[in-house]
Design a protein around this ligand. Sequence first.
Ligand SMILES: Nc1nc2c(c(=O)[nH]1)N[C@H]1C(S)=C(S)[C@@H](COP(=O)(O)OP(=O)(O)OC[C@H]3O[C@@H](n4cnc5c(=O)[nH]c(N)nc54)[C@H](O)[C@@H]3O)O[C@H]1N2
Ligand SMILES: Nc1nc2c(c(=O)[nH]1)N[C@H]1C(S)=C(S)[C@@H](COP(=O)(O)OP(=O)(O)OC[C@H]3O[C@@H](n4cnc5c(=O)[nH]c(N)nc54)[C@H](O)[C@@H]3O)O[C@H]1N2
Ligand code: SF4
Ligand SMILES: [Mo]
Length: 752
Amino acid sequence: MSPVIDELLHARQGPVTAELVQEPGKFGLGRVPSKVAPVATVRSICGFCATGCGLKVHLNAKGEAINLTPDPDYPVNLGMACPKGWEALAPLAATDRATTPMIRASRNAPLEPTDWGTAMSTFVDRMKGVQAKHGAHSIAFLSTGQVPTEEMALLGALFKFGMGGLHADSNTRQCMATAHVAYKQSFGFDAPPYTYRDFEESDVMVLVGANPAIAHPIMWQRVMRNPHDPQIVVVDPRRTETAMAAHQHYAIEPKGDLWLLYGVTHELCAKGWLDQTFIDAHTEGFEELAPFIAHYSPERCAQECGISADRIRELATLIHTGKRVSFWWTMGVNQGHQSTRIAQALINLALLTGNIGRPGTGANSITGQCNAMGSRIFGNTTSLLGGRYFEKPDDRAEVAEILHIPVETIPPTPSMAYDQIIDGIESGEIRGLWVVATNPAHSWINQGRFQRLREKLDFLVVQDMYATTETARIADLILPAAGWGEKDGTFINSERRIGVTCKVARAPGQALSDFAIFKLIAEAWGCGPMFQAWESPEAVFRILARLSTHQPCDFSGIPGYEALQDAGGIQWPRPARSENLPANGARAKLRAPESAGSDHDHERRLFADGKFFTPSGRAKLLFDPPVKPPESPDEAFPFWLNTGRGSSAQWHTGSRTNKSAVLRKLAPTRPYVEVNPADAAKLGVADDETVRVVSRRGHATAQVFLTPTVRPGQVFMPMHFSEVNQLTFPAFDPHSRQPSYKTCAVTLAAVT
Ligand SMILES: Nc1nc2c(c(=O)[nH]1)N[C@H]1C(S)=C(S)[C@@H](COP(=O)(O)OP(=O)(O)OC[C@H]3O[C@@H](n4cnc5c(=O)[nH]c(N)nc54)[C@H](O)[C@@H]3O)O[C@H]1N2
Ligand SMILES: Nc1nc2c(c(=O)[nH]1)N[C@H]1C(S)=C(S)[C@@H](COP(=O)(O)OP(=O)(O)OC[C@H]3O[C@@H](n4cnc5c(=O)[nH]c(N)nc54)[C@H](O)[C@@H]3O)O[C@H]1N2
Ligand code: SF4
Ligand SMILES: [Mo]
């Protein structure tokens, strides 16, 4: 075994994060439900959703986690956690953890355990072999929003600068690409402007395609703490848990959002309910928007979105009368065939009414995974490190200088998007695929096709905590990874807060942190020296801080992990010395606001000065005419199929949450389909009956769950069961290339 591998395997036996251990006995809730007395507590951040709750992990004398409690002093969750957070340690102890690398001798041979030395030489020989035969760009990776930023950045830099790869994307495409592109186009940078205090300070909240009561329960708790008795409006085809708790539910036709939002904008314009001073000073495009929107009367929009003209007017009135109006969106917006323009219709509403940069306002995208924000800025997939552009020579030169690498190693073209990589596999352009911390054989749209594509790949590597995921099972090589809690690093949450996640347990067997795996690959590939300075996660954090300098996400003022721990996380921007920043225009591009506050300011929002990150400093008002979804119900497939989160105890493809006995008790274990009782009566199916849900692309067997929360003509299936993406229709937003998981046409048939 090589000395480097030896060293890494030895290092992983080392102590858990000793330097971050606090005094014994400082427990958040004063009571620790365990028989073993803890001797120390470590502060960490939850590794599931992008709320980014602080958790206190309690350790025994050996420095191993025995249990955890939510952190009462963390400014995000204020002592609360959802079931996944409470159960965050359980998935680590699962019996199906990948504990050694595994390899297949030939395509049809079984996966067999092997050692790291063989795994590394196989990885390098096979990937280099593919490149030699089919070109440097015939390999690709698909990664994640669920590992620390330091690991994502190392992967992106290794693949693109060290291995000569070009095409790389992540599951963030399935999730946040729309918000990313919408913000970039409208604000000039991917910059969610809000802080969680805004949940408590709004007097009108408009939630579109978001179900935080299930998907972001602790954010929803923050809404519940709002003392201003806010008017809450939920726009969702389903009467969700969130809609039930709201004042107003707009049960919109699937993908009718653009019509509804244009109808509201029309009414605001017609009534003159605009903040013209803000529009004149801080936006561009109003001259084009005004005549466009004149065509979208509430009456016309009502016919298309299923909401009456009166209710469209009521929503406009509510927005007008609110003093602090905030707009929030999640996957019901991001996942659609015209999603970027829908997100921008919300951004436009905030800009036109001056509801931005003030407490309780904003056009606010709620992020999905714990570190989707890290992947958006530092994944080095479609954007160059730090939110830069591969296409811009200045950006490449800057990154090369900071990293001390030859500028020629940075590709001058952006990567293909996820769906284009999949197309590339079909056409033979992509032959080697490396999948890191994502499970596309369950989560990618239109699975039937994905499964067939497997046969087209010469080499499939899966790097995961578990050897049993749908994707790991079809791999040629499995690299066993440490998970959340078994390694150090930082996450960036939905409100731009950077927080530290810590090693509180040892990974089983020979599993290594993704960071260590990437370092091993760099050595084996022969580009180790390029990453010599990337010696530990914290060293990489400091490199990333340098890469962020003068970008809107500037956090060069954060010296390291200890400062983050002390402050309870810090929101970007946190520039080193704001007085030394170049004057606006000098680097005409992007600049963090000067009044970035102090580390101990727990709530900082963007755009208080009305300056955006576009070249003109103005936000852009962007719009397009609505287009019909590419597939909608017809005689043969008469129902809309909607998909999404089923319960707060289930996480995505279930590889982690299914491993907790507690979480398994909190959610159905078999696939189910929610059906309106009126439809069930027409079809002659009863509650609990097993049916086949059929689309033009595939079928799934599911139990009927009768509920009036879905409207007649619509059915809903949770995404946590792999059958669901057998059915979905592969449509993509043209700007963000995010898949449209929320609408396709299906029929239900009795199982005979
Ligand atoms: N428990 C749990 N929490 C999670 C996750 C999880 O897997 N489990 N995943 C995390 C991740 S990565 C993400 S991205 C978020 C997702 O969080 P959310 O986006 O809140 O969750 P979804 O259920 O996917 O979709 C939200 C809503 O969009 C609605 N919708 C569907 N079509 C339309 C439409 O055309 N218009 C409108 N206005 N609404 C529509 C759906 O009915 C659904 O209620 O959750 C995060 N939190
Ligand atoms: N029909 C439908 N499909 C959807 C959606 C929908 O609403 N409807 N939502 C989409 C969205 S928003 C998302 S975000 C995706 C999510 O889709 P995926 O990313 O495919 O889902 P996960 O189950 O979160 O997969 C993460 C994998 O990473 C592994 N893992 C966890 N931590 C680590 C780690 O530290 N290192 C390594 N190497 N591996 C680790 C886990 O074991 C798991 O196998 O699904 C998308 N698919
Ligand atoms: S709300 Fe999200 S971050 Fe908070 S405990 Fe639950 S899964 Fe973890
Ligand atoms: Mo997501």
